[in-house]
Design a protein around this ligand. Structure first.
Ligand code: ARG
Ligand code: ZN
Length: 878
């Protein structure tokens, strides 16, 4: 059947469902190419409707019965719907039998096979690829699931809730029946079957119930589950302590699969995870992997309350569960490791990924108003900017006020499918405040620019902070946002100054200790502090208290001071980043006007200070010594000169490496003596981080390449091995080839480690990197059907390989476009992600713009393009 032309779905068209599916009984007779699904629903016709329209895609229809009577011939079927006559029926039993082909399902949505096992992915609209249903999050149903399968290939049969029955059948088959006591939307349904083993533990809840915890993996991975299990237990404890939220079923299962479109999925009681976010041991996983596992395990666990117990009314409310749950996982990671480091890392991620998205053609508010393919809206904006907006409530209301709001939210909405307004009302009502203005954050796209000017009057001893906000692309056409701006003032020598707001400003300045929050609620507004005895050094936007681009012209002297004494780690880091950024942009201008590049003392003094300051946390030092990412540098320009950014960035690193070779080496050797045995522990992580930053600088000097080779050969943990190999991968040396070769030989059978090998080469700044990447997709271990492998080559290439992707002759664009078309036929969701780097074409120079648009057009010209890729490409060309 031909696919319908892409339909645009609008928030304004939302209508409440006409039918309630009170309960459903599903029976799966699992066979690789032909799985029969029997679906028995108890339905209530809420508005005496004469027609029930169900969603369904790629299903082979066998029969439809209403109250036992075959009505198959009376129903109408289209490519994406099934219409059932229901006139005169108030309550009825609907029995639909269909069949699907899990083996042929390479899109990895619905029921599919991975490593010979069965698994499902339903969010957002994948349940309709399993059976006909009202596939929308506001239809909540009680699920009972019977799974029948061959015993030899499927020792384990899992679904949501509790196991209520199991047994043997003829022909070496067996079955299991699972029942979920909680009503849920179908996007939270899951089924897993296969030959898996599990590690088990128990968690005793705050209300003294023992929860059976299980992590299911392929037998060969059973030694890599300890960290995931420890993370799960920490998450459960943290949610009880911080939010008073207790787990509600008797069993919690996590399954790790190798083929998965995203990170993980919070299906009720049965999370399905990309194995990347479960499996770890020191020899195979880096600190970043360990941290990712802890965060994603936490994230999915936290969804049990923010997402599952209280879910979304429709998909336009996605940020209601995702923004909130990301905020929760950020707070969790902060508490487990270092709040300061976590905040800086999150700001970096936001700036390098979400800001560009919000500046490009796919820019959308955290509550999008329309979509063609919902899967395209699982974005940095909905997730990360959404989390920043939740953080605004937290900043405005404080920890206690925020908790009161959360408590009221659950009290009011447990078991419901709700909206972002319901969340805001709970926050407002619990605290007796008006938060209506907060809604603008849900409606507006584009990163706001916050401009600040400060004036100090030495006669009246007043400091005036003039703030104004703007969203450039909207000019004046937007109502102002409510922004909490955190501020502190310092004397020249680093003493924090007491704050006395001017009386008339008491309402909009909230002082807490030596810090204040300026509540900016107008386009332009001034805030006045009195009794400031000396001209202060201003510490602004502390903790990155609002997701904005800050324009504040601070002198290099003040920035340098903040680097040495600010008690707010974010501002301290931001100040040295600003100095570095000024250094880089100044030199880009030099390069463009044909002048020599030069290093300034202002920057190197600050840099040297951090390098020598052993009182500072090593993780923060590592962050401060890392130059701004090239993408972030690029964002400073309307049109970026790729070659100049790359050149100056590299030049500055080499200057620093040369100037401070001695200090880097001393620090490196000192840290290299530590950490014999790997522990995932705060100080050890910090030490490895700083050590490897030093190594990165040193490896830019040809005579230090041996250092990387030594570290590569002698380290036992993947963090250090990979850091060394990463530095080597950018060199043009024999050591590079030898180490890449030996890494491959050692790890070729471990998919997750091999992904790292592919990714390093796809990101390499080696002069022949494009040629290398072209070879990589021909490598016997490269498979288009595995999303992790595809992302580690094609995703990394487009996102991180500035030189290769943006090669001036357009060959990088041509190559990636071809790959995308090939991939689109196999897995549209992944293909639509890989296309993202093309969408920023307006950000590059004229010649590159033309070439990028040409590549996009060649994709769009494809007859059989998926709606996923179609939506991204067509929107970015219009
Ligand atoms: N809800 C999942 C999570 O954030 C992600 C689901 C993503 N689905 C998708 N089709 N992209 O935990
Ligand atoms: Zn989530």
């Amino acid at each position: 059947m031909k696919k319908d032309t892409p339909v645009v779905h609008h928030l304004k068209d939302y209508q409440t469902p006409q039918f309630d599916i009170v309960s459903v009984f599903l029976e799966f007779d699992l066979k690789p190419e032909n799985t029969n699904v029997t679906n028995v629903m108890q339905v209530k016709n809420l508005n005496h409707a004469s027609l029930m329209q169900l969603d369904g895609e790629d299903l082979e229809l066998k029969s439809i019965l209403i109250d036992g009577v075959d009505i198959t011939q009376k129903c109408e079927q289209t490519a994406e719907t099934l219409q059932i006559p229901t006139a005169g029926l108030d309550t009825f039993e609907l029995n639909i039998t269909t069949s699907v082909d899990p083996q042929g399902n390479t899109a990895l949505e619905g029921l599919y096979r991975t490593s010979g096992n069965y698994c499902t992915q339903c969010e957002a609209e994948g349940f309709r690829k399993i059976t006909y249903f009202l596939d929308r999050p506001d239809v909540l149903t009680l699920f009972t699931t019977k799974i029948i399968a061959d015993k030899a290939d499927n020792s384990v049969l899992l679904s949501n809730g509790n196991l209520i029955e199991s047994g043997e059948l003829e022909n070496n088959r067996h079955y299991a029946v699972w029942q979920d006591p909680f009503k849920k939307p179908c996007y939270l349904f899951a089924l897993v079957a296969g030959n898996l083993e599990c590690v088990q533990d128990t968690y005793r809840t705050l209300d003294n119930r023992d929860i059976d915890l299980r992590i299911y993996v392929e037998p060969k991975n059973i030694d890599k589950c300890d960290h995931a299990m420890a993370s799960l237990i920490k998450s459960m404890k943290w949610d009880e302590e911080r939010f008073g939220l207790i787990y509600d079923l008797d069993i919690y299962m996590i399954v790790a699969v190798d083929d998965f479109n995203m990170g993980a999925m919070e299906n009720k009681g049965l999370n399905v995870f990309n194995s990347k976010f479960v499996l770890a041991k020191p020899e195979t996983a880096t600190d970043v992997d360990y941290e990712g596992i802890e965060a994603v395990i936490g994230h999915e666990y936290f969804h049990n309350w923010t997402g599952n117990r209280v879910t979304c009314r429709d998909w336009f409310q996605l940020t209601l569960k995702e923004g909130l749950t990301v905020f929760r996982d950020q707070e969790f990671t902060a508490d487990m490791l270092s709040p300061a480091v976590k905040r800086i890392e999150d700001v970096k991620r936001l700036r390098s990924n979400q800001f560009p998205e919000d500046a490009g053609p796919m820019s959308h508010p955290i509550q999008p108003q329309s979509y063609i393919e919902m899967n395209n809206f699982y974005t940095m904006t909905v997730y990360e900017k959404g989390a920043e907006v939740v953080r605004l409530y937290h900043s405005l209301l404080g920890e206690d006020g925020f908790r009161k709001g959360m408590d009221l939210y659950f009290e009011r909405h447990d078991g419901q499918a709700v909206t972002v307004e319901d969340f805001r009302n709970a926050m407002a009502d619990a605290n007796n405040v008006d938060l209506v203005q907060m809604h603008q954050w849900y409606l507006q796209s584009g990163t706001p620019v916050l401009s600040v000017k400060t004036e100090y009057d030495s006669v009246t001893k007043k400091l005036i902070v003039n703030c104004s906000q703007n969203i450039p692309k909207l000019a004046d056409k937007f109502p102002p946002l409510l922004m909490p701006i955190k501020i502190a003032l310092y004397s020249d020598d680093g003493n924090i100054l007491p704050l006395h707001p001017y009386e008339g400003d008491m309402e909009k300045i909230v002082v807490k200790g030596h810090e204040a929050i300026l509540k900016l609620s107008h386009k332009s507004e001034s805030f006045v502090f009195e009794k400031i005895e000396v001209e202060p050094v201003v510490s602004l936007l502390r903790g990155f208290s609002a997701p904005v681009i800050l324009e504040y012209d601070q002198s290099n002297e003040d920035l340098a001071k903040l680097v040495t004494f600010d008690s707010d780690s974010f501002v301290r880091w931001e100040s040295i980043q600003t100095l570095a950024l000024k250094e880089i942009t100044r030199n880009i201008a030099q390069l463009e006007s044909g002048q020599a590049l030069e290093l300034s003392n202002e920057f190197t003094t600050a840099f040297e200070g951090v390098l020598k300051d052993s009182s500072l946390d090593n993780a923060l030092r590592a962050l401060a010594l890392t130059l701004p990412e090239m993408t972030y540098i690029g964002e400073q320009y309307q049109q970026v000169n790729v070659d100049a950014v790359y050149h100056v960035h590299r030049w500055l690193k080499i200057q620093l490496a040369t100037k401070y070779e001695g200090l880097f080496l001393e620090q490196y050797l000192q840290l290299n003596k530590l950490n014999e045995e790997y522990h995932y522990q705060k100080t050890d992580i910090a030490n490895r981080k700083l050590k490897n930053v030093c190594l990165q600088y040193l490896m830019l000097l040809p005579h230090q390449i041996k250092l990387g080779e030594q570290q590569f050969n002698h380290s036992q943990n993947m963090t250090d091995v990979l850091a060394a190999l990463d530095s080597l991968s950018h060199t043009d040396s024999l050591e590079r080839e030898a180490c890449l070769e030996s890494f491959y030989r050692k790890w070729k059978d471990d998919a997750l480690v091999l992904d790292k090998w592919f990714a390093l080469q796809a990101a390499s700044h080696h002069i022949h990197s494009l040629a290398h990447v072209k070879e990589l997709v021909k490598h016997p271990d490269f498979v288009y059907t595995n999303p992790n492998r595809v992302r580690s080559v094609l995703g990394v290439f487009g996102r991180l390989n500035m030189l290769g992707f943006h090669q001036p002759d357009g060959e990088g664009y041509h190559f990636l476009a071809e790959q995308i078309m090939k991939l689109d036929a196999i897995n549209p969701q992944v293909s639509a992600r890989i296309v993202a780097p093309f969408t920023h074409w307006q950000h590059f120079d004229g010649e590159r713009q033309t070439l990028m648009k040409k590549a996009l057009q060649s994709i769009l010209d494809n007859d059989n393009l998926s709606k996923d890729t179609y939506e991204i490409v067509s929107k970015s060309l219009s």
